[in-house]
Design a protein around this ligand. Structure first.
Ligand code: ARG
Length: 468
């Protein structure tokens, strides 16, 4: 016997080269508590089916508890000769309770249904952590939005809204920040959807691929591990990894959503924009340039989005055209998504800290908001309210911009006389929309940037976040 899980039909042990290639304990050892929980549930199922005496059952559970305690105490380690976490834990269990009892645990299960099941449990735990962290970021954005919404005696902060990165129309800073919060909220929604789908499908009981013949009840194991149901198809149960790819997608999307905000923070922190100052504790300096204050957190967020996309792409490439059922290729499913959750779990708290402590220069933003003729649409829409067809109004407002460019002034700098020359419809009343404040206040349809609507939007967001 080679001492392996599969020693019986082999005359000699594997070559060191094969062992080195095959070994996965350096990354799957972190599944130990999940493997032990699965084994505990499986021991219970064996006992219920009469395949394990009460005494053996008790002894097995004791052995598993001992391994759990040793692991928690940092005293449990795989051997270099262990292929994977399942093999290592079986070896250690046999050492603890002996072959006669320990050797009974493997009946009716395979590493194929084991790994598919406990990988799900592991990812569900981490998806919950990530979801809570994303909600913290949403909270930070909502907090900043609230702080800049104005109120009784304060004006709301207005900024240049952009399309094509060019000044487009003034918007409330709060409105813009919340535009980053909504996608994040949808990501949390996606995690919840994903979780419900995964919860319905515990693969334990699928065996290697064809199911088990020992009369075990897979719903017992499923319930004990927090699932609501077990796999309807044992081949699917052991070979499907769309749950991994789907989570890798959601984590990549979170990375992408965070990177879009990151990019803006990087721009906003430049001298040219001058919109934000980063808090000292959430920014870094330069080893040579004493004046530097760098947005490293935002840059790392932008960079890590690429890594998260890479994890998804690599995983999908592994899964593409893989025949049913289990293939060893599937061992490649773990590292990318482990990396994705680990990456987000360190990135998100730092990113949230940076956002929560950003100091916005409201005056600078307000000063720039009406520049670049960003009120031209307001002129056109004001004309429409005076019953001018929009086509004509657009032309007239465009003529105003042309005149301003000739004179090198902004729209509000045109005199009553100059407005009248452009069009008799342009009475001095047009000035009521020629301020950024007037402009944002006028956009009061649902979802618009008027302070009254943005206040409603913030309430809606907070209520939605609370329900997740
Ligand atoms: N370590 C493997 C994996 O992560 C599970 C073991 C299945 N191995 C096997 N030869 N059937 O996918």
């Amino acid at each position: 016997n080679t001492g392996k899980l599969w020693g019986g039909r082999f005359a000699g042990g594997p070559s060191p080269e094969l062992e080195a290639l095959s070994r996965s304990t350096h990354f799957d050892w972190r599944l130990t508590p999940y493997d032990l929980a699965g084994s505990r549930a499986h021991a219970n199922a064996l006992h219920r089916s009469g395949l394990l005496t009460a005494a053996d059952h008790t002894e097995l559970l004791r052995g598993l508890d001992v391994l759990g305690e040793r692991h928690a105490g940092g005293e449990l380690h795989p051997d270099p000769s262990d292929e994977d976490v399942h093999g290592a834990l079986e070896r250690l269990l046999l050492e603890e309770v002996g072959v006669d009892i320990g050797g009974r645990l493997r009946a009716g299960r395979s590493r194929n249904d084991q790994i598919a099941t406990l990988f799900k449990v592991f990812l569900r735990d981490h998806a919950r952590v990530v979801a809570a962290q994303v909600l913290d970021l949403v909270d930070a954005l909502a907090g900043q939005a609230r702080a800049h919404l104005g109120g009784e005696d304060a004006e709301p902060t207005i900024m240049p809204g952009r399309t094509h990165l060019q000044h487009a129309q003034p918007v409330l800073l709060a409105h813009h920040l919340l535009a980053h919060a909504w996608p994040l909220l949808r990501d949390v929604d996606r995690l919840a959807d994903w979780d419900a789908r995964v919860a319905a499908d515990s693969p334990y009981g699928s065996g290697a691929l064809a199911g088990q013949s020992l009369g075990l009840d897979p719903t017992l194991v499923a319930a004990e591990l927090g699932f609501s149901g077990s796999s309807a198809n044992s081949i699917d149960g052991t070979s499907a990894r769309d749950f991994v790819a789907e989570l890798a997608f959601v984590t990549a999307q979170i990375g992408i959503d965070v990177s879009r905000l990151a990019e803006e923070v990087i721009l906003w922190a430049t001298k040219e924009f001058g919109f934000v100052t980063l808090h000292d504790s959430w920014s870094t300096g330069s080893s040579i340039m004493p004046q530097k204050k760098n947005p490293d957190i935002a840059e790392l967020a932008r960079g890590k989005a690429g890594r998260l996309i890479g994890n998804l792409a690599g995983l999908m490439a592994t899964l593409k055209a893989l025949p049913l059922a289990y293939n060893r290729d599937l061992q490649e499913d773990k590292e990318p998504v482990f990396d994705s959750v680990d990456t987000l779990e360190v990135l998100l708290p730092a990113f949230t800290g940076m956002i929560a402590t950003l100091e916005f220069d409201g005056e600078r933003m307000a000063e720039l908001a009406p520049q670049g003729f960003s009120l031209a649409t307001d002129v056109a829409e004001w004309l429409v309210r005076q019953n001018v067809p929009f086509r004509v109004a657009h032309e007239v407002a465009g003529a105003c911009v042309r005149r301003c460019e000739e004179l090198d002034v902004e729209l509000a700098d045109l005199s009553d006389e100059q407005f009248r020359e452009i069009s008799p419809e342009l009475t001095p009343q047009v000035r009521e929309v020629l301020t950024a404040g007037g402009s944002v206040a006028s956009r009061d349809g649902r979802g618009g940037t008027a302070p009254v609507r943005v206040r409603e939007q913030l309430d809606e967001l907070v209520a939605r976040a609370g329900g997740l």
